[in-house]
Design a protein around this ligand. Sequence first.
Ligand code: DQQ
Length: 441
Amino acid sequence: MNAQTDPHRPMYHFVPGHWMNDSVPFFWDGAYHFFFLHHTEEVKWSSHTNWGHAASRDLVHWERLPDAIKPSPGGPDGDGCWTGSVVAYPGGFSLFYTAIPNFGAGPQLQCLAESSDLIHWDKSSGNPLGVEKPAGFGDCFRDPFVGREGAYWYMLVGGEQPNRAGGTAFLYRSADRRAWEYQHPFAMCETAKTGHECECPDFFALGDRHVFLSSSGQTWWQVGTYDDHRFTPQSFGPTDRPGFYAAKTLLDDRNRRILLGWIQERRPEAEQQAAGWSGVLSLPRVLSLRSDNTLGIDPAPELSALRGAHKRFENLPLSDQTLMLDGVEGDALEVIIQFAPTDAPEIGASVRCTSDGEEGVEIAYDAQPQRLGDVPLALADGEGLTLRIFIDRSVIEAFANGRACHTRRTYPERADCLHVALFARGGNAVVKSVDVWQMQP
Ligand code: DQQ
């Protein structure tokens, strides 16, 4: 088996091959850029991490570009170039990243590389930057996020509070992107809500609020207010669960805030190595601020460019049963299912399922507690469930009602795991419509 013959390798998601983790999106001059951590030979998380690079004009078709940076033997990043961010300044681009001198232990140093074309990057002779972790905090000190505000550049570095009380991000300020001055902790998060550290911090305005993203177990969103360079969260939630991580955003020329994340593998390392690839770029998600100041998340409309043959069903009653969709077969599909409001305890779909129902991946909505899989989803009275499910061989990305996302992996053995079934359990439901498209590479 290899990357080309592996039946589990997605065919319309971006898969760089070998090892990929994390996500650093960036938009410039009509092009969407995706930087990622990458190993050129190995298929596992290890030392000597490069920054991989891909670009797209439509968020759907990605072109692989040369790796942006790689470790300099003997340099502060000798054992790895870890996650960070990219910003434009008048005349060029700055790439900030965490340098790892010793993989697995020791300091995490913040470094800078600059470019005039986003392709060729030169590391600053002043590396590592004088960005020191304040005393009294945990070991996590990485993933610099840089933005411009007024006359200054600001940097957030992901960290953790003492005694695992929660994640935090440290705020620094600079006039020239080289000399940085510590300000204060930017946000003091709570482990019970958003985990014990803030990996891959991201921060941006959305509507009349601000959003702070951080990763710990999953990628968390927090919506709140931003005053005097401090963030006060008002609401929070997972951007997706369980198979989506280290997600960050870009702002495009249509003022859209777009989230891209790393979809992790869920099969043994030996199988990943045999296949020759590990790590998938998620589908692009457009973020919005909902009227209750929580985060709205929807697949980017550009994805409909991948749609091929279409089948539609209407008014399917479900009486405490599972209903196989007749004539639906495929391992690369988009499925939209509109359930009418119901009090059935459980409704949903089984995808990549066998016609005998023996195998399949259930995307289920539970009424008690209200959740889609393991993602909270409180449907209002009279609110039906709209499931939008993208199936791409071993990747399943399910979106519900503009706000809940549930990404899964499946590596079926049987070749006939190609069907889609709907179900209602413990009660009745009506499926108002189902649309199924074959998706193109
Ligand atoms: N992955 C990188 C870190 C980041 C983590 C190392 C998140 O920079 O904190 O591989 O997945």
